[in-house]
Design a binder for this molecule. Structure first.
Ligand code: FBP
Length: 552
């Protein structure tokens, strides 16, 4: 196998740990904080999690740890979409396990949660792991979107663990996977299975965060990768001065990625879904707002610009949101009848005849390509696959039409030529930035410390991230503390609350204060590529979102 020079250099990188975790492993002990409780719905959550409700927060301190050397086998699962740094979580976990007892074994379940159900595994040895240290991707064991949620699945998990003599599982995933980790932890305690469960906060989307989790891993690298590309496009736009670039960015529901990229690159327009929903802005109004900026810049002689669009936008535009929810119900209820329709003309007529008049109207005016995308299969969680809806193209088409009308009315004198881009998969497997490499390694190392402390139902937590790594604080947060009850597919369920962009938060406030200036003038900034070697102020810099949030 051939390795690139950067790969070889990154294998040698030594991730930084918080000071407490740099001590000899047998001289670190857990310290219990105060008992915790979720912010809302305490009674309902307590009833569902009698064994893991109200657990204390955990930190670490110096002390003699006589239990750490107990021989353990641990299982690890990567769940959901790729995020840079996953390999380092596994490296940190492995190194802590081996430091505690060289006989400890790490079993990686392959292809996501289905790996544990099908007992598809690989033993992670030092030699196997070394090819993945500090590199992007999840290819060390693969990932998947199977949900671990039924008692039958939990019982199979217990059987697989017993077969390998596994006493703890680490689940590396987003909000849904960690919710399921908490349910699994509760099941193992209730059935006295003797298996601990620890979660790690992963997702490029940045929507798994709260007071105790400052950032999910992967957000830092993914946004830096997209910002580099956006900056390059801005420079091209400013050089050629002839295109309007519409750039759709991943992030499913939340607009954190789009907002961070806007803070880094200062585009002319950046749409934030959460604001559009709050203001009840219609699709037609969004189009008008964009057309107005294009017209203003054209009046100044600038027939070019850059617009950032979050991939989840359509789900936040009120009339499209209602349409999607009607379509979800309709496609579920009428699956059989709908399945017999052979071509799009018939499918579309069937859909229109079953929607409310308002939604039928919204559906009818959408371009056929978008109509088809809205009817595509849902993901295993029942969500529309927003990454496959070409909102960028939709907006270009609609803005173009609106500008033609404005031209006729003498309100637009200029040219409009739109180009579309979608950045998503480009950033999910990038070499982790130093921040993500260090953060992930710490999360994994820390996950083992929680296991060694006999804990279950906890999320590995590393905070104080605005400071250099040696000042980071390591610990564990009971997952039940982050839960609330939400309606999911018609049922009230305990879930970790998804963190959307807060419109009174520091990152959005900063953006709001500057966006008018960025719209009219050309204030592009060019972040350039992620730097892995060089001065700390360049290489270890975290996101503006985190910096602004932690400054408050
Ligand atoms: P997770 O929530 O599992 O971390 O995945 C995030 C994400 O990258 C979203 O931004 C995107 O909408 C989705 O995954 C794409 O899913 P897929 O990888 O299945 O195409």
């Amino acid at each position: 196998m051939e390795y690139s020079p950067l790969q070889i250099a990154r294998y040698k990188y030594e991730p930084k740990l918080p000071a407490i975790l740099r001590k000899p492993i047998s001289s670190i002990v857990t310290k219990e904080g105060k008992a915790t409780a979720p912010a809302v719905h305490q009674d309902a959550i307590k009833a569902l999690f009698p064994n893991t409700y109200g657990l204390p927060k955990i930190s670490f301190e110096a002390g003699e740890n006589t239990e750490i050397g107990t021989k353990r086998n641990v299982g690890v699962i990567l769940s959901g979409g790729q995020a840079p740094g996953g390999h380092n979580v596994i490296s940190g976990l492995f190194d802590a396990m081996k430091a505690a007892n060289p006989e400890n074994k790490l079993i990686g379940f392959k292809g996501g949660p289905s790996g544990i159900l099908e007992d598809d595994f690989v033993e992670i040895t030092g030699e196997y792991l070394d090819k993945f240290r500090n590199t992007g991707g999840f290819d060390i064991i693969g990932s998947g979107r199977t949900k671990l949620e039924t008692e039958e699945q939990f019982s199979i998990c217990a059987q697989t663990c017993r077969k390998h003599d596994i006493s703890a599982i680490v689940i590396i995933g987003g909000d849904d996977s960690n919710t399921n980790a908490a349910v699994l932890a509760e099941y193992f305690l209730r059935t006295k299975a003797g298996i601990q469960v620890i979660g790690c906060p992963k997702t490029i989307d940045g929507d798994l965060k709260n007071e105790s989790i400052e950032i999910s891993f992967g957000f830092d690298t993914a946004t830096k990768t997209y910002s580099e590309l956006i900056g390059n496009i801005e420079r091209d736009a400013n050089s050629a001065k002839k295109y309007w670039h519409f750039i759709k960015l991943m992030g499913r529901s939340a607009s954190h990625i789009t907002l961070e990229c806007a803070l880094e690159t200062q585009p002319n327009i950046c749409l934030i879904s959460e604001e559009i929903e709050k203001n009840g802005t219609s699709l037609s109004e969004v189009v008008q707002q964009i057309a107005d900026v294009v017209a203003q810049r054209a009046a100044d002689g600038n027939n070019f610009g850059v617009i950032l669009v979050p991939e989840g936008l359509v789900e936040f535009i009120p009339e499209v949101k209602t349409l999607i929810s009607e379509l979800n119900d309709l496609l579920a209820k009428e699956a059989v009848a709908y399945g017999t329709l052979s071509d799009f003309e018939r499918q579309s007529a069937f859909i229109i005849s079953h929607l409310t008049a308002k939604s039928a109207n919204v559906f009818s005016v959408l371009p056929e390509g978008i109509q088809k995308q809205l009817l595509m299969d849902r993901d295993p969680h029942g969500n529309v696959q927003v990454s496959r809806i070409e909102t960028d193209k939709l907006l270009i088409e609609m803005v173009d039409k609106r500008l033609s009308q404005m031209k006729q009315a003498g309100k637009f004198v200029g040219k409009f030529s739109g180009l579309n881009h979608f950045f998503g998969y480009e950033g999910r497997c990038a070499f982790p930035s130093n921040f993500d490499a260090d953060y992930c390694y710490s999360l994994g190392y820390n996950a083992f410390m929680l296991i060694a402390g006999g804990l279950s139902g906890y999320l590995s937590s590393v905070t104080n991230l605005g400071k250099p790594a040696d000042q980071w604080k390591a610990g564990g947060i009971p997952i039940t503390m982050m839960m609330n009850m939400e309606h999911r597919h018609g049922e009230l369920k305990p879930v970790i609350k998804k963190a959307l962009v807060e419109l009174d938060g520091a990152p959005f406030t900063y953006f709001k204060e500057h966006r008018d200036q960025w719209a009219r003038h050309t204030c592009f900034t060019y972040p350039g590529a992620i730097q892995y070697f060089g001065p700390a102020e360049v290489c270890d810099r975290t996101t503006m979102t985190l910096a602004l949030e932690l400054k408050r």
